[in-house]
Design a protein around this ligand. Sequence first.
Ligand code: 3HC
Length: 317
Amino acid sequence: MDNKSRNLEEEFQARIDAGENIEAKDWMPEKYRKTHIRQISQHAHSEVVGMLPEGNWITRAPSLRRKVALLAKVQDEAGHGLYLYSAAETLGISRDELMEQLNSGKAKYSSIFNYPSLTWADMGAIGWLVDGAAIINQVMLTKTSYGPYARAMVRICKEESFHQRQGYEIMLTLCNGTEAQKAMAQDALNRWWWPSLMMFGPRDEESPHTEQSMKWKIKRKTNDELRQQFIDQTVPQADLLGLTIPDKDLKWNDERGSYDFGPIDWEEFWNVVKGNGLCNRKRLKARNEAWDNGKWVRDAAVAYAEKQAERKVSKAG
Ligand code: 3HC
């Protein structure tokens, strides 16, 4: 590396260490830019694919009130996706490239969305656990060093809190209902608990990105720290519901001031990440169908913009 690049890198790291936000127009190491395109785009893809398991239940919600809340949540996720695609575009990648990466199966999105939503209680468990886990990660990201990403997170976190509360309230209603309803809530917890822990990514020692991401303050806490925070926060919530966390090794550790927990099935995790989960193919097919069915909207928007531009030119002429 020549002296000029070394100085640029040192100045950049000094800005990060001083807690400054990096903006789109600032100089940044190519690897910093590429890491953000990778992480922000995967985050956006997760939001958009995350609409599918819940969208599945909008027409089957048990009441109009539940339907309205679920509809609002799914619409929020679409908005989060758009927010994050826009943040990714500030780094020089186009929307078309991002969509091609998702629709071709090249891009990752959160493993959690490759599990099926089998009963109405899953809407509760997803809101409570999946959005609960997402909030823990995303609150941390409101302090990430890349300005556009951190600012997108502030708005998204406010909406995630509503998502988590409406999910927990569904679980509370079921747990205060009939035995069959409480059993449905316990079944959903059994199926969503471990995949929610996997949302935080591999163990720190197996994470190829965490060390550098901590140095660049992309991450302010590691995968394991966030996972532990989620467990410590969620176990008392399950107690309040009268539900049992499906982990026989879960035990409060006074010394650590945290819960000890059982082994995560990392083989299952990597299997799902590699595309062999229960719903990977179904999710990708749904995304491609949505893309194809939405072509007429994109074409109409482009035609309208071109017309507007022509009108502007003829007015100016
Ligand atoms: N699902 C799929 N892939 C995952 C994963 C998961 N749960 N966890 C990690 N990976 C992938 C990483 O993308 C990386 O692969 P890559 O190099 O090909 O990109 C590899 O596994 C190694 O993992 P690392 O931990 O080293 O990777 P990161 O440093 O990127 O950390 C992360 C992973 C913690 C998920 C981080 O990317 C992150 O914080 N992302 C932003 C938050 C996010 O994407 N959350 C997803 C859920 S969004 C959501 O739930 C929406 C809500 O509204 C419901």
